[in-house]
Design a protein around this ligand. Structure first.
Ligand code: MSP
Length: 520
């Protein structure tokens, strides 16, 4: 038997300085959908998320709250874990950068760069944004010495730092991006990186004096300095992959051969604000260590409120858990993935949330209720023994569009294809008029066919929508008398004849949320 396809998917690791918001939830739910789709199509999936816990930002936030940095990390890591559990995230590993294993891998990685002559010491002079943990040159600063990402004041820093010889890898990186048009998607982000690489690439400062930023991983070759938080954070992907065994003697730690591990990562899913870190710093660091680079980067857009990125510091965040309380996990997942075209920005508004929720309630939920109640009413809850071959073109179309859209991560289009199938099926019900068929004994066979077709479509929708709505689709499978959600491959062939369906409450109850009136 051939080995299953392997798929290692990562989210960014989130700063443990605050609680998760909708922006973080979006990225993690998108990764979860891709992981679930991968599993459904037979891949062996390794899905990693976690928290980024070192650095100046964490140190300052902990001070501000009167906590020890590790206390803040523990609190927030627990908050992220709990949120992901509630949102049904199916990750295989939750990594924290304060874990001993990660600290050891970062240490081994930096030692490896040092041994290979990739690091030298020098003086850094320039601007720094603590909130985004990044340097800015004069020409890239915002107005009045502000950060171009978050708009906060930057500080001027002049200090001794260690540098990684990133400039040595500029040509190799440009060649890689040019030879692999799908390495960074979407194309607009690829072009942005290629544009950035048209200027000479500077070397990368990879350390901070421990006297100023004690909350970090000490450099193995100079304990007076700690690793720059971004270098520490990027290495999480390698730690999680299990490629490096820092306990092994030098030369046998896995840097020479990663084939027994999950490395290289198949897909780094990231926001557009951290593109340079993932498409320039990270691959060049890997090249410096002599390791294979990640296979692909998918950069998504931002959830904005008005024109502004949603962020804790701006005080305009939407709490995913509060939304979930009112509408349920799968409605939040659906809204976020259906509303935002992968790669673009989208604006969060309560009105749009309601439009998307109503799609679930009025199109899909309504179809489920009608189909199941009619099987119950006209056939005592037993799916008729007949082919149920109606709507086969529409089903084929939905499956084909789903595969095509998912192959290029156009998730919103994949989801739209399912909703189109549900809509077409509601039209089919109107056209077939099963309530009229039920009154005419001569139409018994036609009614069987209508009902079996409806259940068949629901099996297909159950498989198609499981990655976005795992809880509700598990529930739907039960109502259809199935043991579990079928895979996409099984959905068309699963034997439904004779299944007992179960009538129950609406899958997506109609809700009149208070905040729609409030929002003006
Ligand atoms: N800790 C770094 C990532 C290190 S990965 C090796 C970091 N953390 S973050 O918490 O600030 O952001 C994590 C991710 O959340 C980023 O990809 C960012 O784009 C995403 N989002 C944060 N706010 C967002 C929105 N408002 N909308 C969509 N995603 C956004 O950066």
């Amino acid at each position: 038997m051939s080995k299953p396809r392997r798929l290692f998917i990562s989210t960014p690791i989130y700063y443990a300085s605050g609680k998760p918001h909708i922006g973080h939830a979006y990225a993690t739910i998108l990764a979860d959908l891709l992981a679930r789709f991968g599993r459904q199509t037979g891949a062996d999936v390794f899905f990693v998320t976690g928290t980024d816990e070192h650095g100046q930002k964490m140190q300052e936030e902990a001070e501000h709250r009167g906590m020890k940095p590790i206390e803040l990390c523990d609190t927030m890591a627990a908050a992220f874990r709990a949120t992901w559990e509630t949102l049904e995230i199916s990750h295989n590993r939750f990594i924290r950068t304060t874990e001993p294993e990660h600290v050891a891998v970062v240490t081994a990685f930096l030692q490896r760069l040092w041994d290979r002559g990739e690091i030298y010491d020098g003086v850094y002079a320039g601007w720094y944004c603590v909130s985004d943990e990044r340097y800015w040159t004069d020409k890239d600063l915002g107005p009045e010495n502000t950060c171009s990402i978050c708009g906060r004041k930057v500080t001027y820093v002049e200090e001794r730092n260690y540098f990684f010889k990133m400039s040595n890898y500029q040509d190799a990186l440009v060649r890689h991006i040019e030879d692999n048009p799908d390495w960074i998607i979407p194309e607009i982000r690829r072009n942005e990186v290629l544009g950035f690489l048209r200027q000479p690439l500077a070397d990368l400062s990879i350390s901070r004096p421990r006297s100023r930023v004690p909350w970090g991983i000490p450099l193995p070759f100079d304990e007076d300095h700690v690793a720059y938080v971004w270098v520490d954070a990027l290495i999480n992907y390698l730690t999680a992959s299990g490629a490096i065994d820092p306990e092994a003697p030098p030369g046998q730690q896995g840097f020479e051969d990663v084939s027994d591990s999950w490395w290289p990562c198949d897909l780094h899913l990231i926001g557009k604000d951290i593109l340079t870190n993932h498409s320039v710093y990270w691959p060049t660091l890997l090249m410096g260590a002599g390791l294979p680079i990640q296979r692909q980067i998918l950069s998504h857009g931002w959830w904005v409120v008005g024109d502004t990125k949603m962020s804790k510091s701006l005080g305009n965040v939407v709490d995913p858990l509060a939304l979930r309380e009112e509408f349920g996990t799968d409605a939040v997942r659906w809204y976020l993935l259906r509303e935002m075209p992968t790669g673009s920005d989208a604006s969060f508004t309560p009105e749009r949330f309601l439009v998307r929720y109503n799609e679930l309630a009025n199109v899909l939920g309504n179809l489920v209720s009608r189909a199941i109640s009619m099987v119950s009413k006209y056939r005592e809850g037993v799916v008729p023994h007949t082919q149920g071959g109606g709507l086969s073109n529409e089903i084929d179309q939905a499956l084909a569009t789903n595969y095509e859209a998912m192959a290029c991560y156009r998730v919103h289009e994949a989801l739209a294809a399912s909703m189109d199938l549900a809509r077409a099926t509601n039209v089919y019900v109107e056209n077939r008029q099963p309530w009229t068929q039920a009154k005419e004994p001569a139409a018994a066979q036609a009614l069987d066919e209508t009902l079996a077709t409806l259940v068949r479509v629901l099996c297909v929708l159950c498989a198609l929508l499981e990655p976005v709505a795992p809880g509700k689709m598990a529930e739907l499978a039960l109502r259809l008398g199935l043991d579990s959600v079928p895979s996409l491959e099984e959905a068309l062939s699963v034997d439904i004849a004779g299944n007992h369906v179960k009538v129950s409450d609406p899958l997506f109850p109609r809700i009149e949320p208070s905040w729609v009136e409030d929002s003006g």
